[in-house]
Structures are given as structure tokens and as C-alpha cells.
Ligand binder design. Structure first.
Ligand code: P6P
Length: 281
């Protein structure tokens, strides 16, 4: 799997250079989930696909920016689902964005995730690799240097409430009040990768992207976004749930399926589960 991590590091340096050219470039295309694709999305996707094509250990890949699975090497062991540049439109307002990778064996299901990686393109470029441990690296003089292991506290201080204002569950207001009765700091940029990175680095809290009235099954994609971060949060001593169950136990029916999701420290997630159990459907 080392060659995959090295390939991701190589793609991160190329994508960082691409972002700094400044041209996000609106395109007329839409991706499989109806998001308008920026030239930056398509270019980042090409960088990653071309690098993965060289790896004999990769059997197939699927990108959030493409409709279908791309078969690569039939003797390969790993399947990779990735979001090449999540939150790319934030580049236009100079906010951080990220790439997300789920590395699977046998099939694209939560239970078969064997590693997850994300890259944050911000004032610094940082990369986090989760296998049995969660390790963070920083790009220094064009090389990724190991900085620290990441572990979540039992209870945190940060709250990233994505789109909870129009959550389908009328009790969601109560949920937020119950969970955050003892005061949390609001930290939400609209970019899943920097928002979740901040909670990991600052010791914990809760990131919520629940089902909403217009999207009862949530907005974030299982294979490319939700499962990889669920894997990372669990390996960092936290949890990831859809309100009722562990996210990694969800049965995916289509590669572009979405899911409501809560990522966080044990204390906050256990409160979410309790309130959903008492009030949910
Ligand atoms: P909203 C970015 O478009 C993204 O996919 C995630 O990075 C982010 O958490 C979410 O959507 C933001 O969605 O509805 O708050 O704009």
C-alpha cells in the first residue's frame, strides 16, 4: 500500500501547483451528483487517475467526478474511491479545500475499507494517512515530513454544524441544543476536509451533515467522502454515525449514494445517537 500513499503525495504536489495557478474555471459539465464541475475538478481528477494508472496494485478506481468505475490492473489488490478536489468552489474565495481517498479490498463497501487518506490544501499542504494509526504529514521543501499521530479526546470543543438549519428532523434543533448545552466554538467553512481536519487537530467535537428536507439522504457521498472520514475518525478514537448506526455498516446500493453523517468524539456522538433513538424515525 506504500506505493499508493506515495502516489497520493505526488498527486498532492501537482494539485497544489494547479490550485496556485488561480484558474478554477467554470465548466458547463455536471458530475454524477449534479455538481457543476470546475476546470480545477476535472484537471485534479486527471492528475490522480493518471498516477493511479501506473500502479499494478490498483485493480480499479472510481472518482466522485466520474459516473463509472475504471478498471486498471486485474491482478491488483486494491480498489480506490476518491474525491479529487472536494469543495473546489471555495478556491474562488481563497478558503481551504481537500482531496479524499478510500482504499478498499474486494469491493467498495464500508466494511472493506483498509485505509483512508486526505490532503488539505490551505496555508500549508497537510496529508493524513489512516491505517491502524492516524498519521499527519506536512509538505516542507516539496517533501511530506511526518509531524504527529492524531487522537481525539473523549469530549471536544468544536462544532461544525453543516446545513443543520434545514434538517428534516424537527427534533434536530433539540439535538443541537442538547449536545451543545455546555458551550462549543462554531467552526464551519463549508469545506468538509478542512472542517474535519480542524476537529481532529484540536482534540475533538462534532461535525454534522444530517439529512435535510431537500436531501433526506444527506449530501455527502458514501464511498468518496463519508466512508473514508468515518474510517479516519474511528482509528483516531472517535465515531462516525448516520444518526442511527455506524456509517461503515451502511449497505451501499449505488457508487454515488449519499448518507447523513456525524463525525466526532465519543461523548458528542453518543449524545447524537441518544437523541435520534429517543426522537428519530
Ligand atoms: P453546504 C462541499 O461542496 C461539500 O461537498 C463538503 O465539502 C461540505 O462539507 C459540504 O459540501 C457543504 O455543503 O450545503 O453547507 O454548502
Amino acid at each position: 500500500m506504500t506505493e499508493i500513499f506515495d502516489a497520493i503525495k505526488k498527486s498532492a504536489i501537482e494539485i497544489r501547483n494547479l490550485i496556485q495557478t488561480g484558474d478554477t474555471g467554470k465548466s458547463t459539465q455536471e458530475n454524477s451528483t449534479g455538481d457543476t464541475q470546475l476546470k480545477l475538478d476535472i484537471a485534479s481528477d486527471e492528475i490522480i487517475e493518471n498516477i493511479f494508472k501506473e500502479l499494478k496494485s490498483v485493480k480499479a478506481i472510481v472518482s466522485e467526478e466520474q459516473e463509472n468505475i475504471v478498471s486498471l490492473h486485474k491482478e491488483g489488490k486494491y480498489l480506490i474511491a476518491y474525491d479529487p478536489l472536494d469543495g473546489s468552489s471555495l478556491v474562488d474565495v481563497n478558503l481551504s479545500v481537500g482531496s479524499i481517498f478510500g482504499i478498499y479490498e474486494n469491493d467498495f463497501t464500508g466494511k472493506n475499507l483498509v485505509a483512508a487518506v486526505y490532503v488539505v490544501y490551505g496555508p500549508r499542504v497537510e496529508l493524513v494517512i489512516a491505517t491502524d494509526e492516524v498519521k499527519m504529514y506536512r509538505l516542507i521543501n516539496n517533501e511530506f515530513k511526518f509531524i504527529q499521530n492524531i487522537k481525539l479526546n473523549e469530549k471536544g470543543k468544536l462544532n461544525a454544524p453543516g446545513s443543520t438549519q434545514n434538517c428534516w428532523a424537527p427534533f434536530h434543533k433539540k439535538l443541537i441544543d442538547d449536545i451543545f448545552e455546555d458551550g462549543y466554538r462554531l467552526r464551519y467553512s463549508g469545506g468538509m476536509v478542512p472542517d474535519l481536519h480542524q476537529i481532529l487537530l484540536k482534540g475533538g467535537g462534532l461535525f454534522s451533515y444530517p439529512g435535510t428536507t431537500d436531501r433526506p439522504k444527506g449530501k455527502l457521498r458514501q464511498l468518496f467522502e463519508v466512508f473514508p472520514f468515518a474510517y479516519i475518525y474511528e482509528k483516531a478514537n472517535g465515531q462516525a454515525v448516520d444518526g442511527f448506526q455506524r456509517v461503515l455498516d451502511i449497505q451501499t446500493t449505488h457508487i454515488h449514494d449519499t448518507s447523513p453523517c456525524f463525525f466526532g468524539s465519543n461523548e458528542e456522538i453518543n449524545r447524537v445517537l441518544k437523541v435520534y433513538k429517543e426522537n428519530g424515525k
